[in-house]
Structure formats: structure tokens, C-alpha cells
Design a protein. Structure first.
Length: 531
């Protein structure tokens, strides 16, 4: 424990200066922030030798950073795993066994001749079984006979192959008692496999996992089969250990039956979400979850002095976060919390308190607002987004390299700054809370001009405007003609992250508006999305 405290103090009192060379990168701890600086460094002109050196420093070898790195290295000099993955099939089968295994793609089973020698060299029972499935006369039938895990593996590797999956099958009845993870859910939500999802309607599937039950329920409801949908929603609620999914399933049972017993069950949920918020509001009862604002006594001792911690340094936050997460002792967490009783480290204090309270409290604060005068809709949406994006921590870097409290994408920084009339703005400027709030407000207002409703704005902020723009081109979504809209269309947003993101932002938005003295009727508010 003493070692952890020592590390905390070291990083509270000694900042790390940013730089832009390999020595700077090598001096930083392994993690996503360093990956971001590697990605930025790769944008310049560097030697193949330096690029190879950087490869070993990458923590999360995502396609984004690897594709940029490969452009700096001749194929013959690529690190071995990348070299093997870049080989053509003809080159791959001439390579050694380990290279073959690294570079082999499941799609080869569809269009390449895989003789016994190749199969023997692969020497992987699961892959060999999946190859056998893909080489069968009727792939979908064979997939349905196989395990749920094999079905999921093949689907997520090849879901762009509509001709494989968009069929009816006599073997759909064999789906029961298998774990499909999220494969069936993905198939239903994508709406790209209408023949398959229509065939699901003719079966009574049992014994599957929670996400599969939920997918089956949505599929039935979209087809107008209320009773069967309710049965699947009920089974979802019974088997899931995920409170958010349970609350959603119970919400849908309420929407189908109008039986308030389901609202009562959701209202007893201690998990804050749009559905528990809706239920407590609808019933006029006190929630089981706790909402903590800046007026709570827990924050009464916040100091006005600047903290000794460099809140704009992503490396300090990375190391601090990692060390705090090692602490399990409650008294030790309280001692650590005392280090952050400053206004400028309010988000960091909340990070510690969340662990002390086992995430049972929901903190709705608005840090770093000094000097701004946004209107209420902008302010409340801005902090709703910041709470979800970064938990207000200024120096967060995401796995996609979104930066700062409002998670601005690096490629937007220069364009936004120019449009805002700001000079001397760099990507590192996004770690400044003041600058992040300016950029976040600018982007939200920019999106609001096109998408109007905060729900659509939140989808666009998370997934980009193009995807939600294309989704809304379909007149059947968010339609006044649909009995269960907007709620049903919210379940069919094509990107899962954006789907859940929108639900969370709306819950945050309603609470922040309440804090600002604006009470929102949830039904009326969401009905405004309908066309």
C-alpha cells in the first residue's frame, strides 16, 4: 500500500512535458495515450527502422494505427505477424506453419482450395470445424447444427456475406439451448437478413442466452406479434444478470401490456438508466438510485486552490488511474480521495469515490464551467455528453484517439478551430477543460442545426453525422405511424455503441435539466423525435 501512495505523490507533484520524437515516446508508459502519440508521429516522414521500433511500443494494435504504420515499412521488413497477415493465400501456404496460422482467414474456406496438407498444418480443432461448416453444401444449415459459439465466430467473421445468412432454414428449430453471444441480436438489429429473421418467427426457441432472447423479442414485436414478444422479453428478464438489460426487458413488457407491475419492478432497480428514470417519474415515486450533485455535503470541503496534479497530462492520469484501481481497501480509498479535494480535480475525486461506493452513486456535477454562459439546452447537453464520454476527466484519450473531456477527434481539431476563429490550437489543447468545453459546445450546436432533437444530436456526436443521417432517411423509423416509436426505433439504431449512448445521454440530459430547474416530461420529450 505504501508503494501505491508513493507513486500517487510522485505523479501529483511532477508533471511530464509533451514532445514529438521517439525518445519522448519511449520514455512514456505503455498505454493508449502513448499509442496516440505514436499514431501522430507516424503521420510524419520517418524511416522504416523507426517505424519498426515504434511497432513494439504499441499497446493496442488496432487496424487504425497498424494501417498507418504499414505505410512506412516495406513489406519485406514488416514485423513477422504483420508480414504473414499481408501475404496472399498463395504466398501464405508456401510459408512455415506458424506464419500460416497467423495469416489464415476464415473466408479462405469459401473460395480457396484447402487440401489435407493445409488443414493438417493449421492444427486448430475449432478452426478446422468452422472450415468444415463453411465447405458444406448449405452453410447456414450446418451453422445451425453447430454450437452457438461456432455460429457466432463465423457470423462475426463473415457477416458482410449476406448470401450465407439471408435464408430460411429447416434447422432454425435447432437453435434452442445454445449460447449465441450477440450474433442473433446483431442479425436482428442490422435488418440485413430479412429471410432469416422472418424464419425465426415460426419457431419457439428456448434455453438461449439473454441477448438472444432480447433479439427474438424485438424481432417478434417488430412483426406485430405482441404475445410472443412479451414471452421472450420475460425470458430475457429472468435469465439476464445485466440490470440495464433487465430494466429494458421489463419496460417492453410494460409497453406491450400497460401493466404497471412492470413499472414497479423497474422502479425498484437501484441502477440509474433511462428506464428506471422513466418508471420512477411515471409512478411518482422516489428512486432507489442515488443522484449526487455539487450541493451534496460530500463536496463541502472542496478547495479553491489549484491542485498539485497536472490535470491536462494524459500520462499522469493514466498512471494515477492504474494505481487507484489497484486499491481495494475502503479506508485507503478515502485517504486517496483527500488528495483530490480541489475544484479542478473534482472528476478525479469522483473517480475515487465511485470505487469507494462500489458505483452505487450517480454523480451529476458540472466542473470547469467558470467563465461560460451557455444557454440551458447547450449547457445540459454538453455536460450530459461529457459525463458519458470522459466522466469529466480532462486528459482522457480513447482507444480511437478521441481527446479530452468532450472526446474531440483529432482530425476535427484544425477545422473546428478555424471555424471558431481560434489560433494556436493544437491537438494537445483538447486536454484543457476550457478548450474542450468550447469545442464540445461548438460541435453540439453545429449538429443541432441539422438534427434538432438532443437524441439525434447525441447519435451524431457519438457515431458521426453520416450514419444517423442515412438511418433517418428511412421514413419508417421514428414514425408517428408506429405504435411503439420512438422507443422501438431507439432499439434498432444500427451501431450498438451509439444505440446505448443515446439512451444514456437522454437520461443524463433529463437529470441535468432538472438540476437547472427545467422539468422534462419524458414521453412528450421523446415524442418530439417522431416524423
Amino acid at each position: 500500500m505504501q508503494a501505491i501512495y508513493k507513486k500517487l505523490y510522485i505523479f501529483l507533484f511532477f508533471g511530464i512535458l509533451f514532445g514529438n520524437d521517439i525518445a519522448f515516446i519511449e520514455s512514456k508508459p505503455k498505454g493508449i495515450p502513448r499509442d496516440f502519440y505514436i499514431y501522430e508521429y507516424l503521420e510524419g516522414s520517418i524511416s522504416p527502422e523507426d517505424a519498426i521500433k515504434l511497432y513494439d511500443l504499441i499497446d493496442n494494435k488496432s487496424a487504425k494505427i497498424i494501417n498507418r504504420l504499414k505505410g512506412k515499412i516495406p513489406h519485406s521488413k514488416l514485423p513477422r505477424d504483420l508480414f504473414c497477415k499481408e501475404l496472399s493465400f498463395e504466398e501464405l501456404i508456401k510459408s512455415d506453419d506458424s506464419c500460416l496460422k497467423m495469416g489464415f482467414k476464415l473466408s479462405y474456406a469459401l473460395d480457396k482450395k484447402l487440401d489435407n496438407e493445409i488443414l493438417t498444418r493449421l492444427d486448430d480443432k475449432r478452426i478446422l470445424n468452422q472450415i468444415k461448416i463453411l465447405q458444406s453444401k448449405n452453410i447456414l444449415d450446418s451453422m445451425l447444427k453447430a454450437s452457438g459459439e461456432d455460429f457466432s465466430d463465423i457470423y462475426f467473421a463473415l457477416h458482410h456475406k449476406q448470401d450465407i445468412f439471408n435464408h430460411s432454414s429447416k434447422n432454425i428449430k435447432l437453435m434452442s439451448n445454445k449460447n449465441y453471444n450477440k450474433a442473433i441480436y446483431h442479425m436482428v438489429i442490422s435488418q440485413k437478413f430479412p429471410k432469416f429473421t422472418k424464419a425465426l418467427l415460426s419457431e419457439n426457441i428456448t434455453g438461449v442466452n439473454d441477448w438472444t432472447f432480447f433479439a427474438l423479442a424485438l424481432n417478434e414485436l417488430k412483426s406485430g406479434n405482441k404475445n410472443k414478444a412479451k414471452k421472450y422479453f420475460s425470458q430475457t428478464a429472468q435469465v439476464t444478470k445485466r440490470q440495464f438489460l433487465k430494466d429494458r426487458a421489463n419496460f417492453w413488457q410494460y409497453k406491450i401490456t400497460q401493466n404497471k407491475q412492470f413499472l414497479n419492478e423497474i422502479a425498484n432497480s437501484s441502477f440509474f438508466n433511462l428506464y428506471s428514470l422513466y418508471s420512477t417519474t411515471k409512478l411518482g415515486v422516489s428512486p432507489k438510485y442515488d443522484i449526487i450533485t455539487i450541493d451534496d455535503p460530500i463536496f463541502s470541503a472542496l478547495g479553491d486552490k489549484k491542485s498539485p496534479f497536472d490535470i491536462e497530462n494524459p500520462f499522469e492520469w493514466q498512471i494515477l488511474r492504474q494505481n487507484i484501481m489497484l486499491v481495494k481497501d475502503k479506508e485507503a480509498l478515502l485517504s486517496i480521495a483527500k488528495l483530490f479535494y480541489y475544484k479542478d480535480t473534482l472528476p478525479h475525486l469522483i473517480f475515487v469515490l465511485n470505487r469507494y461506493y462500489d458505483f452505487s452513486k450517480n454523480f451529476f456535477v458540472m466542473p470547469y464551467y467558470d467563465g461560460f454562459d451557455f444557454d440551458t439546452p447547450t449547457k445540459t447537453l454538453l455536460y450530459s455528453v461529457a459525463k458519458q464520454e470522459s466522466r469529466f476527466v480532462p486528459s482522457v484519450v480513447s482507444r480511437s484517439y478521441a481527446l479530452g473531456m468532450l472526446q474531440i477527434m483529432p482530425f476535427n481539431v484544425e477545422y473546428f478551430a478555424k471555424d471558431m476563429g481560434l489560433e494556436n490550437v493544437t491537438k494537445d489543447s483538447m486536454f484543457s477543460p476550457n478548450m474542450a468545453l468550447k469545442f464540445g459546445a461548438y460541435y453540439l450546436n453545429h449538429l443541432a442545426k441539422e438534427f434538432k432533437h438532443p437524441l439525434f444530436v447525441s447519435y451524431a456526436y457519438n457515431g458521426g453525422p453520416t450514419f444517423i443521417r442515412n438511418f433517418l432517411k428511412n421514413p419508417a423509423v421514428f414514425s408517428k405511424k408506429n405504435k411503439y416509436d420512438p422507443w422501438l426505433s431507439m432499439e434498432f439504431i444500427p451501431y450498438e455503441e451509439s444505440r446505448i449512448y443515446g439512451m444514456k445521454i437522454m437520461a443524463n440530459y433529463i437529470i441535468y435539466n432538472k438540476i437547472e430547474g427545467n422539468i422534462i416530461d419524458i414521453d412528450s420529450f421523446l415524442q418530439e423525435t417522431l416524423r
